[in-house]
Write a new protein. Sequence first.
Length: 68
Amino acid sequence: MSFTTLRMIEILVRLVMFGISFYALQSIRVDLFKRGHTLQIQLIYMLVALALAELSSQFLLSLWFYHA
């Protein structure tokens, strides 16, 4: 595979994992802890989803690239 193809696969995996992480975080009821702070809650959702997506995509990509 070429370098460009590998980069596109990495980007796609990271975007998919971000979507999955964000979807999974929607089940957590953070609004019960801080009422009226919608912007902060949305920011926490995004940051935690980004962190989870990064960790999970690194794990999946390391399994695929280094063991293939």
